[in-house]
Design a protein around this ligand. Structure first.
Ligand SMILES: [Zn+2]
Length: 558
């Protein structure tokens, strides 16, 4: 079982107490429904759950009003109430309504990934809260050999943001602003705060380790300016010269000792081609851009310590007003697939192993959309994590639960059988009417035609219940055999219920999160679905119809 008997008893007690308080009498049905909503896996253990619920409800119904209150308090049960509109996250320091400016800085190496969603949603949340301005700023300096820019990513990132309903008011590209970085590079040289270093990579590394200044550090300003000009003009090759910031070669953090501001890279850039060969390091470009575009608050992973220090150091040199840094901890999702990096995904897409950026194994926003995730679910999931600096490891099921809350209200339930075993019935039925969703009668009913000689049930169910009494959901109870015998129209609550598909039916495919396609036999009414519709298949879980011609569904979650 998903939870222990002890816990289950407590959960049942909680719902029974709330139920009895609200209606004067607790009902087994209401309590069971609440339990299944919270722990869908327990549906497999109906008997055990029912046993406990019956017991608990009986007990609670014997309580006096006073005792109910006492027990609710004792157990620390929070009563549901109309949700007051309260802010989930702490306020931003020094934030003034209408004056907050924040930026999203995606590096365009692929579409946004579930791991990027935190950065995006937190920024969007605060900008909305303070009626500020959000800027989409493509962090597209040259990148690296291992992490190149993907020209498609510019569009894919926007697509993901639009889907998440993130509103940005301006778009900038770093690759458009090279002259600005050169200008500020020159200014730092003129102020004697930066210099051109022509040492080799190894020498720089060694000097940093030992805390030794190289001779380049004492070059005259004019000479540095000339060398910088020559770097831009192409007189140096990649690796032959860099511009370094004069921090302190004795700084306690060796990585902060005279960091590189600008370097040569001869690779072609997808937007600006080979127009530029000197490229800024990200922290340098941010120090300049955050000032120039008037960013007031920067949300950033707490591991980006050096980035903070660099921006701070450069702002001090120029005497600029500083934005506020707010840090958050690392979010790890407990799910093997969700760890795939964009560069790895790209390689797998190029080799054809993944179908594209919307392949479920990429965990891109596009892939989540295809699976039937709702943007609101992702938003709620992220905001519920809060804004703490502590690292968080989250089981992916929490995201699934958020999504389930939303799609359970829109998804109707259908039958499909993965491993069909044919049975027949000894009772004539032409057709049955079945509720589109058992918990939402207002959604109406659908008709299913029955061929009593051709009913398919799940192999697993057949093997488990063969020779026993089971209920065929929506029909009646039978003694399950290859030639099943009708028992009764009545379906007792604690009778095992199995799903089935009759003739006519339709072959469907379901793409699973691991990229494997499974085939199934679905009920005929699936033909009526529209592309994009989300359904819940008994036993399988929630799926979204992605391609109607192929009857291809994408699996979301249980
Ligand atoms: Zn040097």
């Amino acid at each position: 079982m998903a939870i222990s008997i002890e816990e289950l008893r407590n959960v049942a007690l909680k719902y029974a107490l709330l139920n009895v308080k609200k209606f004067g009498k607790a009902s087994e049905d209401a309590v069971i429904k609440k339990i299944f909503l919270e722990y869908p896996d327990l549906k497999k253990e109906v008997k055990k759950v029912l046993e406990i619920v019956k017991d608990v409800v009986r007990e609670v119904n014997s309580y006096s009003l006073e005792k109910i209150e006492v027990r609710i308090k004792e157990l620390g049960i929070v009563e549901e109430r109309k949700e007051e509109k309260k802010e989930i996250l702490p306020p931003l320091p020094n934030a003034e309504e209408g004056k907050v400016v924040m930026r999203l800085a995606p590096f365009p190496s692929g579409p946004l990934h579930i791991g990027n969603a935190r950065m995006v949603i937190l920024n969007d949340y605060y900008v909305r809260r303070y009626k500020g301005k959000l800027i989409l700023f493509y962090d597209d300096t040259i990148g690296s050999e291992e992490k190149p820019i993907d020209p498609e990513a510019y569009h894919l990132i926007k697509e993901g943001l639009d889907w998440l309903n993130v509103k940005y008011s301006e778009i900038y590209y770093k690759s458009d602003r090279m002259e600005i970085y050169y200008e500020y590079g020159r200014k730092l040289i003129e102020l004697g705060k930066a210099y051109v270093c022509t040492c080799s990579k190894d020498e720089i590394r060694k000097n940093r380790r030992l805390g030794i200044e190289c001779s380049c550090r004492s070059r005259k300003i004019e000479e540095n300016l000339l060398l910088f000009k020559e770097m831009i003009e192409g007189k140096f090759k990649e690796g032959e010269a860099v511009v370094r910031l004069k921090t302190d070669m004795k700084h306690p953090n060796p990585a902060f000792r005279d960091r590189v501001l600008l370097r040569i890279c001869e690779r072609e850039h997808p937007r600006v081609g080979k127009k530029y060969r000197v490229w800024p390091m990200l922290e340098f470009s941010w120090a300049i851009d955050d000032h120039l575009i008037g960013v007031t608050h920067i949300l950033r992973g707490k591991e980006l310590v050096i980035e903070d220090m660099m921006e701070d150091f450069i702002w001090d040199i120029f005497g600029w007003k500083k934005p506020v840094f707010i840090h958050y901890g690392l979010l790890k999702l407990k799910e093997e697939g969700a760890k795939l990096s964009k560069s790895k995904s790209r390689k797998l897409i190029e080799s054809g192993e993944l179908t594209g950026w919307d392949d479920p194994r990429t965990w891109s926003l596009q892939s989540l959309r295809k699976r039937g995730f709702q943007p609101e679910a992702i938003r709620n999931f992220i905001l519920n994590l809060g804004l703490s600096e502590a690292d968080i490891t989250m089981p992916i099921e929490i995201l699934y639960a958020e999504n389930r809350k939303i799609i359970d209200k829109i998804a109707n339930r259908y039958f499909c059988v993965l491993n069909p075993v044919k049975i027949s019935l000894d009772k004539n039925v032409e057709k049955i009417k079945i509720k589109c969703h058992p918990d939402y009668p207002e959604r109406g009913e659908r008709e299913i035609f029955i061929d009593k000689n051709e009913i398919y049930v799940e192999k697993e169910d057949f093997e488990k219940y063969r020779g026993k009494e089971v209920a065929l959901i929506g029909m009646f109870t039978v003694l399950l055999e290859e030639n099943s015998k009708f028992i009764s129209e009545e379906i007792p609550y604690d009778m095992p219920k199995i799903h089935w598909v009759s003739k006519p039916n339709i072959r469907i495919k379901i793409m699973m999160p691991n990229g494997k396609e499974i085939e199934a036999l679905g009920e005929n009414s699936l033909k009526e679905l529209k592309e994009g519709e989300i359904v819940q298949f008994y036993r399988v879980g929630f799926c979204r119809l992605d391609n109607k011609d192929k009857m291809l569904f994408y699996f979301a979650h249980k």
